[in-house]
Design a protein around this ligand. Structure first.
Ligand code: PLP
Length: 489
């Protein structure tokens, strides 16, 4: 069927600069559909799915077609273990070129001393950072004491003693149920086995970062690593204070800006709110607010560079040259005025969304937002987060449930939903659309009734459901995803 789309398209239009993306994308699908109809079909289904639902997931976005095309080519075939201009494989000239340009572009965006673009995900980037810190601060020091240069020179006993020391270090991270991330010490994640984890929490009343209590806890525990970052926190963090707190016990300050990297890159978070200026080591994903391909990055001060650059073989396998190419394309897009405007609009949209929800009686945690996300307490609608998530998806809105601090419904059912504006903002939506969507959301949640004795089931008033579904469809028609690809002939 895609063959016909392409044929019809080419018959009607000549190929020129304006429709180059259309032809390239359709030709790609067309070719693929002959080799693997299953895969082509799933991709087309996914385009339909994403076009027919509003994406309110705070951790997702829409990458550009250029980013996607940079990923689908023969660069995937190349082994390039090592790092730029320092490889364990021959024939890496073009990969060196791409990786070093990506590093440079990234340093320019964030004003970082050093950059590393190999991690395949945010979790991988954190693993690189954790082990780089342990190698630098524990192993290197012990080697020096013994007058040895590399771990290969150690006796079995010496090596074992250092290893024990390395896995007995303390790390403090924001508790998962208070908005932290799985990789910050959750018991099901390896981070909680590598380190002795001491979680810290938000202020019990305000649900804000509590620098005073954190400082006391840090000074009591004296962790090797103070890790700051979140997946569900909607306020600014003053990194200058965290730097002071970390310095008072000689801790390494690590910031995981996976969620808000785009807002730092887009100069919305500057000065004391920009972690790169203050932290020893900063990690991020590239596919959230940064709007690049799925992947991770590490930024660090010079002293950590030699350890971070050895991410492969430290914890990573062979780098993914095609993803590094797509990252470079995305970084070039980020280094523009258009992206800075985009980042500013993300926050304006989130604030408009929060104000509008609150004006209609919704309870937004912390009373608003400074970034791209907000948390809506669903208990005032007599719903769990899970029930709200299910009801909204039926109405055409995709988002996820989220815990509130000390959640009475636990981590599976939860008591809130997390709403994010990065994807809607990419579609070009502004404050007016946020107002509309938030009122549709309130209407739908009000029309949703929890089933007795089942925290995951709901019934929705039919009339309201149909109206909201239609309004969502109407809105999405005005803000089409990838207008360049005219799949509907
Ligand atoms: C999303 C996220 C990650 C993990 O990213 P993956 O690419 O899914 O591994 C790490 N840390 C934080 C704070 C995140 O929000």
């Amino acid at each position: 069927m895609h063959t016909d789309y392409l044929k019809a398209f080419i018959a009607k239009h000549s190929i020129n600069e304006e429709n180059l993306a259309t032809v390239a994308y359709l030709a790609n699908l067309d070719y693929l559909s002959r080799k693997s109809p299953e895969v082509a079909k799933a991709i087309i289904q996914e385009i339909h799915d994403q076009r027919s639902h509003l994406k309110l997931i705070a951790s997702e976005n829409y990458s550009s077609l250029a980013v996607q095309m940079a990923m689908s080519n023969l660069l995937t075939d190349k082994y390039a273990e090592g790092y730029a201009f320092h490889r364990f494989y021959a024939g890496c000239d073009n990969i060196d070129y791409i990786e070093s340009l990506a590093n440079e572009e990234l340093k320019k965006i964030f004003g970082a001393e050093h950059a590393y673009v190999q991690p395949s995900s945010g979790a991988d980037a954190n693993m690189v950072a954790f082990w780089s810190i342990l190698f630098k601060r524990i192993q290197s020091k012990e080697l020096e004491k013994l007058g040895k240069k590399t771990p290969q020179e150690l006796t079995f006993e010496e090596h074992e003693k250092i290893r024990q020391l390395m896995v007995n270090q303390k790390m403090m991270g924001l508790s998962l149920t208070h908005g932290g991330h799985l990789t910050h010490g959750m018991l099901m994640n390896a981070s909680s086995k590598m380190f002795q984890i001491i979680p810290y929490e938000l202020n019990k009343e305000t649900h804000l970062f509590d620098y005073k209590i954190l400082k006391e806890q840090v000074q009591r525990e004296k962790p090797l690593v103070l890790l700051v970052g979140y997946s569900a926190y909607s306020r600014l963090i003053d990194f200058s204070i965290l730097r002071e707190i970390a310095d008072s016990v000689d801790a390494t300050l690590m910031v995981d800006m996976a969620h808000f990297a785009g807002l730092v890159a887009g100069k919305v978070m500057t000065g004391v709110y920009d972690p790169v200026a203050y932290a020893d080591i900063v990690t991020s994903t590239t596919h959230k607010t940064l709007r690049g391909p799925r992947g991770g990055i590490v930024l660090c001060k010079k002293e950590y560079a030699e350890f971070v650059d050895k991410g492969c073989p430290l914890v990573l396998g062979g780098p993914q040259p095609h993803c590094m190419a797509a990252k470079l394309v995305a970084f070039q897009e980020v280094n523009t005025k258009a992206f800075r405007d985009y980042a500013a609009q993300i926050v304006k949209n989130a604030q408009a969304f929060a104000s509008s929800l609150m004006a209609k009686g919704g309870h937004v945690l912390t009373g608003g937002t400074d970034n791209h996300l907000l948390l809506l307490d669903t208990r005032s609608f007599n719903l769990t987060g899970r029930q709200a998530e299910i009801a909204l998806r039926q109405a055409g809105m995709t988002l996820n449930r989220n815990t509130i601090p000390n959640d009475p419904n636990g981590a599976w059912y939860t008591s809130a939903i997390r709403i994010g504006t990065p994807a809607m903002t990419t579609l070009g939506m502004k404050e007016d659309e946020m107002q509309l969507i938030s009122s549709l959301m309130i209407d739908l949640l009000k029309a949703t009734t929890a089933e007795k004795n089942n925290l995951a089931k709901v019934t929705i008033d039919d009339k309201v459901l149909v109206r909201v579904q239609n309004e969502v469809k109407h809105l999405l028609k005005q803000f089409p995803l990838y207008p360049e690809i005219a799949l509907r002939s």
